[in-house]
Design a protein around this ligand. Structure first.
Ligand SMILES: Nc1ncnc2c1ncn2[C@@H]1O[C@H](COP(=O)(O)OP(=O)(O)O)[C@@H](O)[C@H]1O
Ligand SMILES: [Mg+2]
Length: 309
């Protein structure tokens, strides 16, 4: 019987059709499921989780492609589904815990720093007085600071506040501040895709909206060489967060030395695919099946072996 995989996604389109094609090429049946439609149901035997399209069974493995935003409770429940699947022994790629770490930019910064991955100085706190002091101190030292929404993406809501802290309401009452890295004009940053401990593809994102070089903000994607420094830092950043695959954003600091700005645990790859001949969906699916799934099957065999002895 062929493997049955759930692709967790809130929208079907370019990414999901690429993934489905790559799964089909490996004789795996892949079905798109919206996490918002999954249910915890303690009367639903035997697992207590209902996944649309899977009846009372569970998928053999789960690929997380998209999680819709929502209230704190909605997102907690959606991530809870991924935690629950893992509890039931279903391999989840990327795992909920690692996704949570990457979605929370302050936890990302903490872990990058803790594991010695180069990243700009960062402060995250609830106290506006503290945030204001950081702005003053940095300005006095002739430096600029970037303020970001803690759960932001696609370059939305970023600001360079200068000396005046904006009202924290617009940032859900949390001030996340990161030292600004001037990448010159026209500025650029790098996106490096790491899959299974290997940097497989990289691009430069040039221009965009002023200093914000997201693809979604109009930056142009250009192919980039994966230098040993870029690869090493991007792989270490991915490992620091415990991600199977990740889109790592880096920027050139003094002397062109790359530093990590953030790590995306539910990374899109349409921009990157436009500048590389590699089939990114196929690389993801291969790593998912050949490393992640195999490792969990190995662990399962070991566990049942233990039972027999
Ligand atoms: N500390 C920084 N210094 C310079 N540019 C930055 C800094 N932080 C973010 N940027 C720019 O803003 C973009 C978006 O920031 P990022 O942290 O990746 O958040 P998002 O989740 O919105 O993509 C980056 O790709 C980069 O171009
Ligand atoms: Mg980014």
């Amino acid at each position: 019987m062929s493997l049955r995989v759930a692709i967790m996604t809130d929208e079907t389109g370019w990414h999901t059709s690429r993934l489905k094609k790559a799964f089909r090429a490996r004789d795996v049946e892949a079905r798109c499921v919206d996490l918002a439609a999954c249910r915890i149901d303690t009367t639903w035997k035997p697992h207590g989780i209902a996944i649309p399209g899977f009846g009372h069974t569970l998928p053999d493995a789960v690929f997380v492609r998209g999680i819709a935003g929502g209230t704190f409770e909605q997102v907690t429940l959606r991530l809870g589904m991924l935690h629950a699947l893992r509890e039931c022994g279903v391999p989840v790629y990327n795992e909920a815990r690692a996704i949570e770490r990457s979605v929370d930019k302050s936890m990302t910064s903490f872990l990058l720093n803790r594991y010695g991955v180069p990243t700009p100085a960062t402060w995250a706190a609830e106290s506006p007085a503290h945030a204001q002091r950081v702005l003053m101190r940095e300005a006095a030292a002739g430096r600029e600071v970037v303020m970001k929404p803690l759960f932001g993406s696609q370059g939305k809501g970023l600001a360079k506040p200068g000396l005046t802290l904006p009202p924290l309401e617009a940032f859900s009452q949390v001030a996340y501040l990161q030292r600004y890295v001037d990448a010159g004009t026209p500025g650029f940053d790098w996106r490096v895709l790491v899959i299974g401990g290997r940097a497989v593809a990289a691009m430069k994102r040039v221009g965009g909206e002023d200093w914000i070089h997201n693809f979604a903000r109009g930056a142009k994607c250009e192919p980039a060489e994966i230098t040993p420094a870029l690869a090493e830092i991007a792989v270490r950043a991915t490992q620091a967060l415990g991600l199977d695959y990740a889109g790592v954003d880096l920027i050139p600091a003094e002397g062109g030395r790359p530093v990590v700005l953030e790590v995306n645990g539910v990374a899109a790859w349409r921009g990157l695919q436009s500048v590389t001949p590699l089939d990114i969906a196929a690389l993801l699916v291969d790593d998912f099946l050949d490393r992640k799934l195999r490792a969990s099957q190995g662990a399962l065999a070991l566990a049942s072996g233990d039972e027999r002895t």
